[in-house]
Design a protein around this ligand. Sequence first.
Ligand SMILES: *Cc1c(COP(=O)(O)O)cnc(C)c1O
Length: 451
Amino acid sequence: TEIEALCKLDYRERAVSIMGKYLDEFSQEELRAFVRDAYSNNYDCAEIAPTKFLNDNTGVLELWHGPTCAFKDMALQMLPRLLTASLKKLGETRKVCILVATSGDTGKAALEGFADVEGTSIVVFYPRDGVSDVQKLQMTTQRGENVFVSAVEGNFDDAQTGVKMIFSDRDFAKKLDEKGIFLSSANSINWGRLLPQVVYYFSAYCDYVNSGKIKMGDEIDFCVPTGNFGDILAGWYAKKMGLPVRRLICASNRNNVLTDFINTGVYDRNREFFATISPSMDILVSSNLERLLFMLSDDASVKGWMDELKTVGKYDVGAKVLKDIQADFDGGFTSDEQAKVCINELFKSSGYLMDTHTADAYAVLADLRKAGESFPTVIVSTASPYKFADSVLEAFGEDSAKSGAELVSKLSAVTGTTAPTPLTGLDSREVRFKGCSAKEEMPEVVLEFLK
Ligand SMILES: *Cc1c(COP(=O)(O)O)cnc(C)c1O
């Protein structure tokens, strides 16, 4: 079968093969060149996205060996190559400005992906109170002539709303057009971002087969730490493309709006927002869910639900769509306390160190296992533990009241593990971006940068 053929390839060739099926506008040679650039020595391991096995029925797919130490590199190292190549093919003469609202990891990954890419510029807004110290330093020390970074007062949803307002502002678009610039997003709903993510689901399956722990054709589960529903949506596409997946387990933190949705069919954002130790999943409006609903329903219904989400903050997809969702998805959530216990216990029992987001997925899976589940499952590991060193140190009962750079060296000392190079020496880099703006000021900030 085609999957058997993939098993014999390395990660890069798996990517060429899978992306080639869905991107007709590029030749194999072009794709191979993009893949070679996107996944090369900017990754700190030759396997790019290795699957490590904790036991026969639990694998951990590590997606954080790239330049920013989180899974978003998998897509955002590829996206600028696909985007600029396809703009060239379309004969676009204007420059593209990428506008991003980030809960932390997207922003840095997009900055790394687009830094000094010809014909592009990038502006990133992050919530002042919603990213870790390490994440903030990673962004504010970003190199590149075409990049700009600003904090926004409020949480991720505020930053996201501000960006959405800019995207829907016609006058703003006109002003940019006069300068020969147009806006594009790197956030979520972008095939050039989803497709590179589909690749690693296939790749993890191949790794599982190659390990000898399952046979070709056997189904597996994936347990995915989720906030914006982008990563897990790629898993759903992989399943629809024919990957033997039984179900996708959507793991949330205390902001469990998606768990409730998967269990009841009611999406209700009218609830308290919690800042957790897995900040990249602190989201109440999961943008990519809309795309799943489009696939399972019709345009008019989805439009109605999205309107209700805007006006009353809540919608109900009804029994039929719920049944389809539950055929592919299961959901669970966990607490900060439980996630920390998992980090601590797993490290002590096996020496495997995981970050807080991965720990949410691990904890949700552990609950299912306590209830008697033993199905072969791949936990999708989305960040290096060093990226969230403060909370990981707390899991070991260590003091976390230190600067980001100190935390990184301390975690290394406490666990006897090595910090990834991109996260060392953060304190010796120049902080280039110190500003913070209110939501209303965001358009001006962008214009000022593009002046
Ligand atoms: C973005 C992110 C997530 C959530 O992924 P979504 O696809 O947005 O749901 C989880 N963990 C980490 C470390 C992330 O950066």
